[in-house]
Design a protein around this ligand. Sequence first.
Ligand code: GLY
Length: 263
Amino acid sequence: MPGTFDRARGRALTREVSPEFADAVSSYFKTREPDFEAAKRSQEAYFAALRAHGTEVVTLPAIRGYPDCSFTEDTAVIIDDKALIPNLGHPSRDGEQESIAEYLDDSFEIARMPKGATLDGGDVVFYDDRFLVGISTRTNREGASFLADHAKEAGFGVQLLDVPESTLHLTTVCSSPRTGTIVAAEGHLRSPDLSFAEEIIWIPAEESYAANTIAYGDRLIIAEGYKKARQLMMDAGFSVTTLEMGEFREVDASLTCLSVFIG
Ligand code: GLY
């Protein structure tokens, strides 16, 4: 019997932007110094958009010493009534997951990853009957294998994908907004790797950042400023809300990075 993962997005666990945000890890998109106040404003708009789509937003305080701490997607993977708590793949981020685990402990069975295994939740995309897990600079095979054991126990499949050097996480260039559909960035992912998908919406390489989406049925949230991607999504039958993500993009973070959906 398949597991009970669904796309309800009833509750999101989030965290305030760190006052040390300017020091967040950034290896791909950075063009200038990221601005804390602007990031806070973007995050407020993001919270408002989630609420407007029916999500209850829970926000934990920022943690001192962790400039990336608002990217809660990386800190837990929920499979049914279990919360998998990873060892994060970047040394400056490992530790962010502790207070997330503490928070989730009331409602979920906590499963801790063994030492040496690493995984960022940003390398995990749920597609229908399986979890796609990116092997990246953050997620190693041991980390993927830990997730696979739990996913399989819950009745899901697991498919590994190599995340190319051109990008940080699998979710940076890939999402699954509805059953049967994958949104993928050209130049980063290849068709043969996604042959399981019934429909692939390819985002042109120059707008690859817009391949990261959050969907509520046929209502979709994408980053602002990606006209071709927006049109492609509308052509595919989605109504589209866009959000300004410029500050977060400076530190390689996308829409999904800002929350982990826990219900
Ligand atoms: N700045 C986001 C990350 O490197 O994980």
